[in-house]
Structure formats: C-alpha cells, structure tokens
Write a protein that binds this ligand. Structure first.
Ligand SMILES: NC(=O)c1ccc[n+]([C@@H]2O[C@H](COP(=O)([O-])OP(=O)(O)OC[C@H]3O[C@@H](n4cnc5c(N)ncnc54)[C@H](O)[C@@H]3O)[C@@H](O)[C@H]2O)c1
Length: 273
C-alpha cells in the first residue's frame, strides 16, 4: 500500500545491482510513495547488472559513479541538482564490497591492500558522499541520508571478516558527520542495521545460508526481508522522522536483542548428541 509519504521529494539511490539488491527495493518503494529518483552505481555494475531495467520501471536516469571517487561524486551531485532542478531530499548509500571476502582470505591473515579497499568502498565512501553533499549544500533542510549496516559492527560474526570493521566505521561516520550536518543544515544521517538478506553482496559472506536460518529462528519477528527494509527506509526519508539522526537503527525482527530461544537450544542439543 502507498501513502504518498515521499510526494514531491527527490533522491539519489546508490547500489541497485539487480532485483535482489536492497537498493532496488528501496528505489521501487520510493517511487511508489511519490518520489522522483536518480540511480547510480559503478560503470561495471551498470554493465553487468540490470539497473537500466529498474530505471525504465521507475522513470529514473542512471548516472555512473564510483563511490570512492570524490571527483565522480561531485559530478553526480551536480547532475542530480540539475536534473531535479533543486535540492536533494534523500540519499541511500547501499554500497559494500570486501576484496578479502571475495578472495576467501581469512580475517587473521588479511591482505592490507584489500583491507584498505574494503574500508574505502564500504565506509569512507560514505564520508566522501556526505562531504560532497555538505560542501555543495546540496541537501534540503531535514533531508535524510541513510546507509546500510550490519550487526557485526557491534558483535563479532566470524566470517563477516573485515566488513565488520568497515561497518563499525560507517556507523561512526553517521554519528560524527550527523552532528555537524544537523547543526549546520538540519540534515539527518542514520544507518540501518539490516537482517542477513539473500543478495549478491550477502551471498559473499561465508555460511550465509546457515546464518540466515539461525537469525530467522532467533528473531521473534523473523528476518527482515529487502522489501521490509525498503518500507522502513521510506519512513526515514519521509517527514515523519524529522528528528531522527545520528542513529544506528536495527531492522532485524528483534535479533540484535536476543541471546537464545528454546528452538535454537533444542536444535543445538540434537547436533551435539
Ligand atoms: N545482504 C545482507 O545480508 C546485508 C545485511 C546488512 C547490510 N547489508 C548492506 O546493504 C548494502 C547493499 O548490499 P546488498 O545486500 O543489497 O547487495 P548488492 O550486491 O545488491 O549491493 C551492493 C552494491 O554495492 C555497489 N558497489 C560496490 N562497490 C562500489 C563502488 N566502489 N561505488 C559504488 N557502488 C559500489 C555494487 O555495485 C552493488 O550495487 C551494503 O552496504 C551491504 O553491506 C547487506
């Protein structure tokens, strides 16, 4: 159901690779709620994925940009301001990649060139994006910038590798930049800590199938899907959450507050026998 929550609002959405992507669902939901959007991804993801198909469905344009390049982000934001004919109301940073994860290099023997890339793509790109938006004064008052995070930023999930460190930094950037951006331009900055989700990036995490099933069992409400995530993020882009900033917001069916349930205890007991 649509509520016109984003009627008249305009936003940039990073990270729609294919229809499994969380950003894909957010793009569809934002348009359903009345928003006008601009889509962006790296040139290689645009070529290999299906973002152009999404753009057609959403009546959006696609502007290529590597989120680690300040120059490309500047061009992107300039194009968005021109395309929208005014300031930007919301931005989704749905970007992540770890070469160490991709190459199955365990955390304890990390390759540091890879780790630097993980940090740049998955965390520092968020700072770069915020800095470009801030410097150009491109966001409308009470505009909303949201990035996607994961519980491994706070609690160790073995196998999540250096992405855990990147997510911890990402959440910290949301707080640090959010304080400055809020005071100066009344712009909100938050992260959403999402359940394990079967996307292309998600499937790169060691043992995602089992992690997904275990989280689903432990969460009182079950795992949050990419569609659920889109619903939540649309509220964060809307005027209904104007005083929410500098937060890491768990969107995980309650998983982050759980320790154990009878069903998980029983399954573990059977495995041990
Ligand atoms: N899937 C999960 O289980 C899960 C859980 C919590 C958080 N997240 C986070 O959600 C976000 C979106 O991931 P997803 O699960 O939808 O997977 P996805 O693979 O569909 O999206 C990841 C996106 O990052 C983009 N990207 C990679 N390098 C980039 C760069 N240099 N510049 C610009 N874009 C770049 C990719 O092209 C891709 O579109 C990521 O931040 C991810 O860490 C995912």
């Amino acid at each position: 159901m649509a509520y016109n929550l984003l009627k008249g609002k305009r936003g940039i959405i990073f990270g729609a690779l294919n229809e499994l992507s969380i950003a894909w669902k957010v793009a569809e939901r934002a348009v359903e709620e009345g928003a006008e959007i601009l889509l962006t991804n790296t040139p290689v993801s645009i070529r290999l994925g299906s973002i152009n198909h999404l753009a057609e469905r959403c009546g959006a344009i696609v502007v290529p940009a590597d989120a680690t390049s300040v120059e490309e982000l500047e061009v992107l934001v300039d194009k968005a301001l021109e395309y929208f004919g005014g300031k930007i109301d919301f931005v989704l940073h749905s970007v992540g990649m770890s070469p160490n994860v991709r190459k199955n290099i365990p955390y304890e023997v990390s390759n540091y060139a890879n780790m630097m890339k993980t940090m740049d793509i998955s965390a520092i790109s968020f700072h770069k994006l915020l800095q470009v938006l801030y410097t150009k004064n491109a966001m409308a008052e009470y505009g909303s910038v949201v990035a996607l995070s994961y519980l491994a930023a706070q609690r160790t999930v073995e196998g999540y590798n250096d992405m855990a460190d990147a997510k911890a930094m990402l959440e910290s950037i949301a707080r640090s930049f959010g304080a400055i951006y809020g005071r100066k331009h009344k712009v909100r900055v938050n992260t959403v800590s999402q359940s394990p989700t079967m996307t292309t990036a998600g499937q790169g995490i060691a043992g995602l199938d089992k992690l997904f099933a275990m989280a689903d069992d432990l969460s009182p409400l079950g795992n949050a899907s990419a569609d659920d995530c889109a619903d939540y993020i649309v509220t964060l882009f809307s005027d209904l959450t104007r005083k929410v900033t500098m937060q890491n917001l768990y969107h995980d069916g309650g998983y982050s507050q759980m320790a154990i349930t009878p069903s998980v205890l029983e399954a573990y007991g059977k495995g041990r026998e």
